[in-house]
Design a protein around this ligand. Structure first.
Ligand SMILES: Cc1ncc(COP(=O)(O)O)c(C=O)c1O
Length: 426
């Protein structure tokens, strides 16, 4: 980890050109890497020597960008993945196997919920979902002997619930398991999960990190803080010989880099969800302005939230940065400089008014995305959850009138003017 301030890290971390080398991170657009002796290539395959051999496992462009994000989060090792979904899948599968169990805060992105509730269940891994504001007692009661991980989102998408890091970290560590946090919405600019007890952080880099809606991607960062050997029986994949790598014991050979090395050498080797180097290059451009964009997203979102709160046609507004919001206190504790640019709101006219208002927007676009420079909206009841009736929507925690508003970095007055004229049509 460098000593630079976070703004400097956004620009300088990761890629360090040598004398006469390109000033800007090059795209290593190559599937493979050349060696002079087959002996040396053999040592790479045995993990006896570090170096690149095939881009399905590692690529220098990706590694430079992963190193930057690692520095931003304050970790010891990181890897890029092809999507945020792949990051959350690998982060768990690197330490669980059939017969294991995980505990998750229930306020989660729908894709992550499906992954943990249904897809990994087919692989023999069961998840228990706990309310984010559950008591310590209820949280502890969710653990079983075979529990291997606790997972939560720093700010849940789209519930906008702020994770009580200390409560979840305490329970995870009391049960000898790591605490994994998806920090996509808060970003390391606003929240540093490792400082609050998280052991591993993931991101959908598709969102604020890329910031321009150009590339789907993900990242996993390890703090290096979890002591796998202290719970060696639980995490045998890290602490006992890997026969697919000539009996290497990851914790012994790679120390604090054990978790990411295992994820690279086993999961990337076998499943191959690597990020394309060209996408990593574009992600790096996004990261260079992350520290400028995120505060503006938050500033604009707060202005829009306050405007909506004062509008007669608006029934309710959720924004964790808004004083009086149910999440405000937690946000002040864990992310006092800002939360994110996403807010949700409902109209007094309900579902039909929501659709009418959205269809009347001129600049703010209807898209299935959040967290890029351009303001956008989504109506889950009409889009992502459109197969459900109103009652089913409520059961799934999605109000039929809920509009998710990802506030961009245009001039806030222009965003508000667009919303105003759209509300006049309702
Ligand atoms: C919090 C969070 N995590 C993970 C994901 C999945 O990321 P991706 O779409 O890059 O696969 C998303 C997507 O919206 C998200 O919002």
């Amino acid at each position: 980890m460098s000593d630079y301030k976070i703004e400097t890290k956004c620009i300088q971390s990761g890629y360090k050109p040598g004398n006469g080398e390109p000033r800007v991170l090059p795209i290593y657009q190559s599937t493979t890497f050349k060696y002079n002796s087959s002996d040396q290539m053999g040592r790479l395959f045995d993990l006896e020597e570090s170096g690149y051999f095939y881009t399905r496992l590692q690529n220098p462009t990706n590694d430079a960008v992963a190193a930057k994000i690692c520095d931003l989060e304050g970790g010891v090792a990181a890897m890029l993945t092809s999507s945020g979904q792949a990051a959350n899948f690998y982060a768990i599968m690197n330490i669980v196997e059939a017969g294991d169990h995980i505990v998750c805060a229930s306020a989660l992105y729908g894709g992550t919920y499906n992954l943990y509730a249904h897809t990994i269940k087919k692989m023999g891994v069961e998840a228990t979902f706990v309310e984010p504001d559950c008591s310590e007692e209820d949280l502890n009661a969710a653990f079983r002997d075979n529990t291997k991980v606790v997972f939560g989102e720093s700010i849940a998408n789209p519930a906008l619930v702020v994770l009580d890091f200390e409560k979840f970290a305490k329970a995870a560590h009391a049960h000898g398991v790591p605490f994994i946090v998806d920090n996509t919405f808060a970003t390391p600019i606003n929240c540093r999960p490792f400082a609050w007890g998280a052991d591993i952080v993931t991101h959908s880099t598709t969102k604020y990190m890329d910031g321009h809606a150009t590339c789907v991607g993900g990242v996993i960062v390890d703090s290096g803080n979890f002591d796998w050997e202290a719970y060696g029986d639980k995490f045998a994949g890290l602490t006992t010989p890997d026969e697919t790598y000539h009996g290497i014991v990851y914790t012994q050979k790679f120390g604090k880099a054990a978790y990411i090395t295992k994820a690279t050498s086993q999961l990337m080797r076998d499943l191959g969800s690597i990020q394309a180097p060209q996408n990593a290059f574009l992600l790096n451009l996004g990261l260079e302005t992350l520290h400028l964009r995120v505060p503006r997203h938050c500033e604009n979102a707060l202005k829009v939230a306050k405007y909506l709160q004062g509008h007669e046609k608006v029934a309710w507004v959720n924004y964790p940065g808004l004083e009086g919001d149910s999440q405000y206190e937690l946000a002040q504790k864990y992310m006092p400089n800002g939360t994110c640019g996403v807010l949700t709101f409902g109209l007094k006219g309900g579902r039909d008014s929501a659709v009418k208002m959205m269809d009347s927007l001129k600049m703010v676009a209807i898209v299935t995305h959040v967290a890029d420079a351009r303001s956008c909206v989504l109506h889950p009841a009409s889009h992502t959850h459109r197969q459900m009736n109103d009652q089913e929507l409520m059961e799934a925690g999605v109000q039929p009138d809920l509009i998710r508003f990802s506030v961009g970095i245009e001039n806030a007055d222009d965003i508000i003017a667009d919303v105003e004229q759209a509300l006049e049509q309702v």
